[in-house]
Design a protein around this ligand. Structure first.
Ligand SMILES: Cc1cc2nc3c(=O)[nH]c(=O)nc-3n(C[C@H](O)[C@H](O)[C@H](O)COP(=O)(O)OP(=O)(O)OC[C@H]3O[C@@H](n4cnc5c(N)ncnc54)[C@H](O)[C@@H]3O)c2cc1C
Length: 475
């Protein structure tokens, strides 16, 4: 028997936090139905697979196939290309539900896939190759991934030092090293970012490319991490010549792709994934706390005020993060004609999603912090049993830390927010291009006359070298 407060989970009522704590007024009736369907898929396929994947590291292929069968692997694809045309609130709900009731590793796979898919959808107009691919995502179960993070610049994934792209008669010669790539060796397609073919030293001059498995050297099977075991993240190296139509957008379009497609989806899904994980931890904690009894008092541990306080604190903070996240997603929908991607067909320079950048950053910080706090406190609530590998909370605790570390790390994100709040958007200096005059003058003030003379000589020599290169360019 179930009532409005819960739902069926394998023949019994789900015993996690009741539905009265769901901010489901953000969802349409269709999205509520879809959520219920996804919960059923989680119960039957994805949660059992999560436990296996955590123990063995096996890639959750069956879970990915179940998402394709439900028709949500192509959720962000517009209806005219056969997708669901899901809005930002819907994508957040799907990601949250998958993490809470299903599997955090599968959620990161889903997230990196959807982020990359958004990059394709953003520039599908005028590219039949991309249109064909995105129209087959669900029917052919085409899971993709984003191969962005650079080994030299780490969490600043938007700064690809070890990469290049050049024009060649057959199309493009793409070279790239990516330190991490989710679904490494399992993805059916890869989205990657390099410096632009026109690159002359400006790191905001970027380009995006679509590659297939035979064009990348994916170091499969190297993933051995604290958590997210089934995620199968790994290094990828690219040195391939690919056809002309595999550029996504055009040379120099990479920064726009980040601002308008990759980042908005990433932040919506970071929030969904880690708020869902936090709620999942509360569910597991409640299941334990309401069952575990102490014989000397004849009461459950849920009766202790310390345990009630832990639930009150974690739930309050998680709900605050969820309300922020859904509010942000709803505003994104309002500014984009309900999550539409059509405006870029007529106006490639449209930037409605970019106008929400400063609001997107805190969504990641809040959700990943909520997940960390929730898994830590719920592990404590579960006591010695929680510490045991047989408990679900131990797995969530390990998985929960990944969000804090994923790019941009929470430290980097908070610095971006703080700088922006203190000095305005320009001060953020995404591409490390603005000279820090006070720091420069401070350091110059430390040099004596000889030091200044040496520095001046070095700078003049560098200028002469640059001038010589400009006069006689080499091929
Ligand atoms: C499970 C998982 C899956 C992933 N999947 C993908 C994927 O599919 N595709 C992909 O491209 N990447 C992926 N990543 C990579 C991820 O997004 C990050 O880029 C990566 O984790 C950063 O690691 P790093 O070791 O390079 O950290 P670094 O960037 O070297 O950071 C190390 C430390 O220095 C701090 N730090 C860094 N820069 C600054 C600064 N300017 N100021 C102050 N502190 C700073 C950081 O906060 C951190 O504490 C994944 C990571 C994980 C954990």
């Amino acid at each position: 028997m179930t009532d409005d407060l819960t739902f069926d989970w394998g023949g019994s009522p789900y015993t996690g936090i009741n539905r009265e704590w769901e901010p489901d007024w953000f969802l349409t009736d269709e999205q509520r139905d879809l959520q219920q369907q996804l919960i059923e898929v989680c119960e039957k396929v994805i949660r059992p697979n999560a436990i296996i994947g955590d123990r063995t590291g096996a890639y959750p292929q069956k879970s990915v196939e179940a998402l394709a069968e439900l028709g949500v692997l192509g959720a962000v694809v517009p209806k005219k290309y056969g997708g669901r045309g899901e809005n930002n609130v819907g994508i957040m709900m799907l990601t949250e539900t998958l993490a809470r009731y299903g599997c955090p590793s599968t959620t990161v796979i889903y997230m990196m896939h959807m982020v990359a898919l958004a990059g394709l959808v953003f520039r599908a107009s005028g590219n039949p190759h991309i249109q064909d691919l995105i129209s087959r995502i669900d029917s052919d179960c085409l899971v993709g991934t984003a191969s962005y993070t650079d080994p030299e610049t780490g969490g600043h994934f938007w700064y690809p030092k070890v990469s290049s792209a050049t024009r060649v008669p057959q199309g493009w010669h793409v070279q790239k090293k990516a330190a991490w790539t989710t679904s490494c060796g399992y993805a059916k397609w890869y989205l990657t970012q390099t410096t632009s073919p026109d690159f002359t030293g400006d790191y905001s001059d970027l380009a995006v490319f679509l590659l297939y498995p035979d064009e990348v050297d994916a170091k499969t099977g190297q993933w051995d991490a604290m958590g997210m075991h089934a995620n199968q993240s790994g290094p990828v190296e690219i040195d391939a010549v690919i056809p002309e139509d595999r550029i996504v957008g055009w040379p120099g379009d990479g920064a726009a792709s980040n601002d308008e497609a990759i980042d908005p989806l990433a932040f919506v899904q970071y929030a969904g994934a880690y708020n869902g994980l936090a709620m999942g931890a509360l569910d597991v904690g409640k299941q334990h706390a309401t069952k575990r009894a102490h014989a000397q008092y004849g009461r459950t541990i849920a009766d202790y005020l310390t345990v009630q306080d832990a639930f009150g604190e974690v739930l309050s903070n998680t709900l605050a993060s969820r309300m922020y996240a859904y509010g942000f997603a709803k505003e994104l929908d309002d500014r984009t004609n309900n999550g539409s991607w059509e405006m870029y067909e007529t106006d490639p320079d449209a930037r409605p999603r970019t106008t929400m950048t400063q609001w997107s950053l805190p969504a990641k910080v809040l959700a990943t912090k909520a997940a960390w706090e929730a898994t830590d406190k719920m592990l404590q609530v579960c006591g010695g049993r929680g510490y045991s590998k047989s408990s679900e909370i131990e797995r969530l605790f390990r998985d929960g830390k990944a969000g804090w570390i994923m790019a941009p790390t929470n430290e980097v994100t908070r610095i971006l927010v703080g700088k922006w709040a203190l000095f305005g958007a320009d001060a953020v200096d995404w591409w490390n291009q603005h000279v820090d005059e006070p720091a420069l003058n401070n350091e110059l003030g430390k040099l004596d006359v000889d030091g200044k003379r040496d520095l001046a000589a070095r700078l003049l020599a560098e200028i002469a070298e640059d001038d010589a290169k400009r006069v006689a360019p080499t091929n």
